[in-house]
Design a protein around this ligand. Sequence first.
Ligand SMILES: Nc1ncnc2c1ncn2[C@@H]1O[C@H](COP(=O)(O)OP(=O)(O)OP(=O)(O)O)[C@@H](O)[C@H]1O
Ligand SMILES: [Mg+2]
Length: 387
Amino acid sequence: MASLSLEGATKTYKRPTPSSWRNMFSRLRGGEAGDVAVADTEEDLIYALQDLDLQIDDGESLSILGPSGCGKTTVLRILAGLETLESGKVLFDGEDVTTVSPQERNVAMVFQDYALYPHWESEDNLGFFFQMHQRKHEIPERVRITARVMGLGFETLLSQKPPRLSGGQQQRVAIARAIIRDPRTFLFDEPLSNLDATVRARTRVEIRRLIQRFGITSVYVTHDQAEAFTMGDRVAVMDKGRILQIDSRRQLIDRPLNRFVADFITVPPMNLLPGVVYREYVDIHDRKVTPPAIVLQQYQTERVTIGIRPADVVLRPDSEEDTIPAKVETVEPLMSERAVLLTVRVGRYTYRVQRPHTEHHEADTLVFMEIPPHNQHVFDSRGRRVN
Ligand SMILES: Nc1ncnc2c1ncn2[C@@H]1O[C@H](COP(=O)(O)OP(=O)(O)OP(=O)(O)O)[C@@H](O)[C@H]1O
Ligand SMILES: [Mg+2]
């Protein structure tokens, strides 16, 4: 077990540029290397991580969410010691391990593809590390303990070769192969994305049980927001090599700190309306909407974005100065919520409104949306939260 942190972590990769491709092709054709000059300019660098700070407490489970290419895998590889930083530090229990080798860090990584040896029985896959390090005598006892930890039915997998196991079973073996080394930290990189929904849900619960039972510090990368919230005590939302917010599920939903997070967290999704602040109101679609007081105090004639969750929109029967007329496009029942979800259109913008299922709504009718100030999430022109 350990606490983990990154301090000012910056990691760059070289981007293959048209000129470097040309250079490579010219070399392949037997031409002179350097036919075409290649300049290593700033634009040639991809910032996979940009001055990133991250603190994960001992025994904590952190999930990382973010769009493809934002740097999630890079964070894990840096923590595991598989990549080196351009600048910044990696600390385990406050101790600088930036230059410590992956083996000495004692960190286990579980990937999307299980990377088991197909010709070996599962038991030999589990014992591989000890076999390699002249610690063969430890294998039987460790396998026995690990099988007990992995729970019901795991022992029957031990004598099988991976190709004969289902995806879920292979992933259990891969997890067991990580556990058997008694790591102080677990890093998961989309471990369940190859599995179908049912197995995925079951395996997720199993992993959560294991890491909680043993108080293992873990970092869990996923594209699936529901999964991120189940697996993590806190969730970090990343974009372009930076962490934009680390918070509990409640906070990410109730108080997104910037527009990107507001838009990215879609359980439930937020409507984002474009507005301009005037002395006494915010102009949204040529209507006068009242914002939280702080917006009028601080932001005059500035563009803002007003966020509101579908369930927080109020519908009025008639047009009033502060309501926004919208045309209902679709009405679908939301069985789990005893509600209906309306898609409504204002000009080229589409919004969602959630209403109790007892109300009757029809497509092609007009509704009048009221956006109550206390439910607004207001973001300034740079996307930062205002209220
Ligand atoms: N070995 C590499 N060489 C060059 N660029 C790389 C390399 N590895 C990653 N990158 C770049 O660094 C950035 C971050 O990559 P990373 O794999 O961490 O993203 P990710 O968030 O894990 O994405 P995904 O969700 O698609 O797995 C991307 O722009 C990627 O193209
Ligand atoms: Mg990745």
